[in-house]
Design a protein around this ligand. Structure first.
Ligand SMILES: *Cc1c(COP(=O)(O)O)cnc(C)c1O
Length: 467
């Protein structure tokens, strides 16, 4: 399997190459040169596989020659062994035709673990083959950092240093990062905002000698392997509900468009998906696009669902590339225009093709709390603010005709105790695996928002492990 850039000007790479590269050199995102296809008999043959076996089967065509099949199977087994539910991605029925699929049983209680747990192991394996090491740096305002740290902790070929804004993450979020004491993990609390942290990460990547010295890398949401590792749970849900002999629909609370893009990919590969519903909070650029071809940037507003407080959904470029008939030059021009004008010009015919599959629904904080309350009262179900938005979006766009709808539940309610208490009067307890989180020792370094100081700290982490 070969991968090409959505902007058409970067080298073609294999799976291992796109895994390590992340972003393409032309600023585009890597996508498969051709989509793999499974027919009805292939889907039927996947019924009854355990979740790790299913992941290996669905990802095999994407991984291609980069990894032997037995290695991929072993890494999948190891990646999901630590999940807190035997089914890994259990489904809960909420109404006659409505289910929630829980993607939050990983170590950090959010859906990022689904891909990150596998990604950390893929990195380690590919780097060992090449005799290389990398240093992953990232900035986080909350969930992504802890998922990346959990995925990389104790890996042999990877060091990871995550920057977070000092005092501006929740205590649960900070502790999920700073109580991981593996020697290859560094946490820096930066005196500044999340934007300062992001600027510092960008500055490290722009510092070419430093970048080379520590072999800088990233595991952000544009990495193709993350999207690929998110396809299997859509397959699992569809098979459980009767696919390929029955259609199914999905609703996804959406920020960077990575999760719902994986659902689209499953459909593109032949899974019978009747429709895809995108849930957003007040940051509703995608809903506005679907309702009236209005993809215009506005200022990001904080909400009760912080992982969806995003204006520019970076993975949307992959869908755009498809909507523009895989024309890299047209995609590059459209993205350049979007950056310059704050408004994306999507041709009418392409927009119509998007609306034939995608529906959008957005909810403000009041609506989100009302949905959490309603689910708690009507179905005795505790949905976190992100998941509640997905479920509300699902209910707003049920396909009818008896087609089942599955809403993705992306975070454990205990990650958002304040919102849950406001809506239901109860603070959900952390699961047993994290029950002692507040008693665990923390390790992190406080630093000013100063590039030289941050780089020195990253170097120290790398040196500690290079020996
Ligand atoms: C990251 C995240 C999302 C958004 O997923 P995207 O792939 O960025 O669209 C939704 N809910 C939770 C809890 C998340 O952590």
């Amino acid at each position: 399997m070969k991968y090409i850039s959505t902007r058409g000007q970067a080298p073609v790479r294999d799976f291992a190459g796109v895994l390590l590269a992340g972003l393409a050199e032309d600023g585009g995102l890597y996508v498969p040169e051709a989509w793999p296809h499974f027919g009805p008999a292939d889907w039927r043959a996947m019924r009854g596989l355990s979740y790790p076996e299913l992941v290996a089967r669905v990802m095999a065509p994407f991984v291609g020659e980069s990894l032997p099949a037995a290695t991929l199977q072993r890494l999948c087994r190891e990646a999901y062994a630590g999940f807190g539910h035997p089914a890994v991605v259990p489904m809960v029925q909420l109404e006659t035709h409505l289910w929630a699929q829980e993607l939050f049983h990983g170590p950090t209680l959010a859906f990022k673990d689904m891909a990150m747990q596998l990604l950390g192991r893929l990195f380690d394996h590919v780097l060992a083959e090449r005799g290389e090491r990398v240093t992953i740096v990232g900035a986080t305002s909350g969930d992504t950092g802890s998922a990346a740290i959990e995925a990389c902790a104790g890996r042999e070929r990877v060091d990871i240093v995550i920057l977070h804004p000092d005092g501006r993450t929740s205590e649960v979020q900070r502790r999920q990062m700073t109580t991981v004491l593996a020697p290859n993990v560094g946490n820096i609390a930066v005196a500044g905002s999340f934007d300062d942290c992001q600027d510092l990460v960008k500055a490290m990547f722009a510092d070419a000698p430093f970048r080379q010295e520590v072999a800088l890398s990233a595991v952000n949401s544009i990495n193709w392997a993350r999207v690929a590792a998110q396809i299997p749970y859509y397959v699992a849900a569809a098979l459980a509900l009767g696919a390929p002999d029955r259609e199914v629909a999905f609703a996804v609370p959406t920020g960077n468009f990575g999760n719902v893009l994986a659902a689209w990919a499953a459909r593109r590969m032949g899974l019978p998906v009747a429709r895809l519903v995108i849930g957003s909070n007040r940051n509703d650029i995608l809903s506005r696009f679907l309702a009236g071809n209005d993809m215009s940037m506005r200022a990001v507003e904080p909400s009760l669902s912080p992982s969806m407080d995003i204006q520019v959904s970076s993975n949307f470029e992959r869908l755009l590339f498809e909507l523009l008939d895989r024309d890299g030059a047209a995609t590059a021009a459209t993205m350049a225009n979007f950056r310059a004008n704050g408004r994306m010009d999507v041709p009418e015919a392409s927009w119509r093709r998007a609306t034939a599959v995608f529906h959008g629904h957005s909810l403000d904080d009041e609506g989100t709390l009302a949905e959490i309350r309603r689910l708690h009262e009507a179905a005795r179900y505790l949905a976190d603010p992100h998941s509640a938005i997905g479920i509300a979006a699902a209910r707003a766009h049920m396909p009818g005709h008896g087609i089942p709808m599955v809403a993705m539940a992306t975070a454990h309610p205990a990650k958002f105790p304040d919102a849950m208490e406001r809506a239901t009067g109860q603070r959900p307890a952390l699961p047993a695996s994290l029950a002692d989180l507040y008693d665990r020792p923390e390790r992190y370094t406080r630093l000013p928002a100063d590039l030289a100081a941050i780089e020195a700290r990253v170097r120290a982490t790398v040196l500690r492990n290079a020996a």
